[in-house]
Design a protein around this ligand. Structure first.
Ligand code: PLP
Length: 363
């Protein structure tokens, strides 16, 4: 059995995959698969509604927020957010703390004026204190990414921007900790990390922010159209939504987001402690308070990484069944992704391996 530490598409809970396998050909004795059903059939509609309702319960999403299921991918959402919200004032504030928020800001510049809230940095290793931020009073929204998947930088606070809607990309730490939804205008999350297979983005939006879409907004990216049509304006990815529903039920069964949070602290501490114990052999560049619980990037052998040792690390880990540990191509090194489906025992296995690898290779 392998342990899959991929950053996304990522490991899904075994229990969920087993259930899907059982139902894939014949869903509840209907004689057909969910992927063969009409998206307008009562059977599919009940899966669709229950999936959305179970997310509402997991995150305590208030009634004045809509939950939308969009097909844009995270990257499409960078544009959709602008097209739906930026027209309010023509400008928006971006807090760039990593590769994904940088991409979102670049995309936004096509649709209006983008204000950079914090100074540009060569490397993404920190979240500057909010006292130093330059928020513009005329911004349509303030945008940030809660967990930077590539760089391993995770916010340890929710920004306080009174009077300006907060828009947050939670793709890689969604449902891994409790969230006070009322602090946000929009939260979005691509499915392929913590909630299912790739192909859907969950959007949680405060109702008063609907209706500001630019004229150029394609119907399939229009939040108002999605809200009016319960996210079935056109054919939704029915199989993915069904699997997401299973993942939500799994989270609920295993203690909800509070339990996911406690586990994430245990799992990530195991890996960060393995680094501390190896006294400089492993190096995580991220400032301690904002080290991610979900994606742990590190170099092996030195601060900038020793190429051959890193290759050796990946090879030896693979030999022990631990795969997809290679860092993102833009930063190199190693990255261990510890999403909800990774068990504590699996994180322990990696931590033990790191200790052994250090003992075998220290100089
Ligand atoms: N935002 C974050 C935080 C991500 O990690 C990713 C992808 O990994 C994206 C956005 C982009 O998502 P997609 O590849 O679905 O466009």
């Amino acid at each position: 059995m392998v342990v899959n530490f991929a950053a996304g598409p990522a490991k899904l809970p075994e229990e969920v995959l087993n259930e899907v396998q059982k139902e894939i050909v014949d869903y509840k004795g209907l004689g057909l698969s969910v992927m063969e059903m009409s998206h307008r059939s009562p059977e599919y509609l009940s899966i669709h509604t229950e999936t959305i309702q179970s997310l509402r319960e997991l995150l305590n999403v208030p009634q004045n927020y809509k939950i939308l299921l969009m097909q844009s991918g995270g990257t499409g959402m960078f544009a959709a957010v602008c097209m739906n919200l930026m027209g309010r004032t023509g400008e928006a504030d971006y807090v760039v703390t990593g590769s994904w928020s940088a991409k979102a800001a670049k995309e936004a510049a096509q649709y209006g004026e983008v204000n950079m809230v914090i100074p540009k940095t060569a490397k993404y290793t920190s979240v500057p204190s909010q006292d130093t931020w330059k928020v513009s009073p005329n911004a349509s929204y303030v945008y940030y990414c809660d967990n930077e998947t590539v760089d391993g930088v995770e916010f340890n606070f929710v920004p306080d921007v009174p009077g300006i809607p907060l828009v947050c990309d939670m793709s890689s730490n969604f449902l891994s900790r409790p969230v006070d939804v009322t602090k946000f205008g929009v939260i979005f999350a691509g499915a392929q990390k913590n909630i299912g297979p790739a192909g859907i983005v969950v959007v949680i939006i405060r109702e008063d922010l609907l209706g500001f879409q630019m004229k150029i907004t394609p119907s399939v990216l229009d939040f108002s159209i999605a809200a009016k049509n319960d996210s079935i304006y056109n054919t939704p990815p029915t199989l993915i939504i069904y699997i997401m529903g299973k993942v939500f039920a799994w989270i609920k069964k295993h203690g909800g987001v509070n339990a996911m949070y406690e586990n994430s602290i245990k799992k990530s501490s195991l890996i960060y402690n393995a680094m501390i114990n190896a006294k400089g052999f492993y190096h995580c560049p991220v400032d301690q308070p904002v080290r991610s619980r979900m994606n742990v990037p590190f170099r092996v052998g030195s601060e900038t990484g020793n190429d051959s040792l890193e290759q050796e690390f990946l090879k030896a880990a693979k030999a022990e069944g631990m795969i997809q540990l290679k860092g993102h191509r833009s930063v190199g090194g190693i990255r261990a992704s510890l999403y909800n489906a990774i068990t504590i025992a699996e994180a322990e296995k990696l931590a033990t391996f790191m200790e052994k690898f250090f003992n075998n290779n220290k100089v």
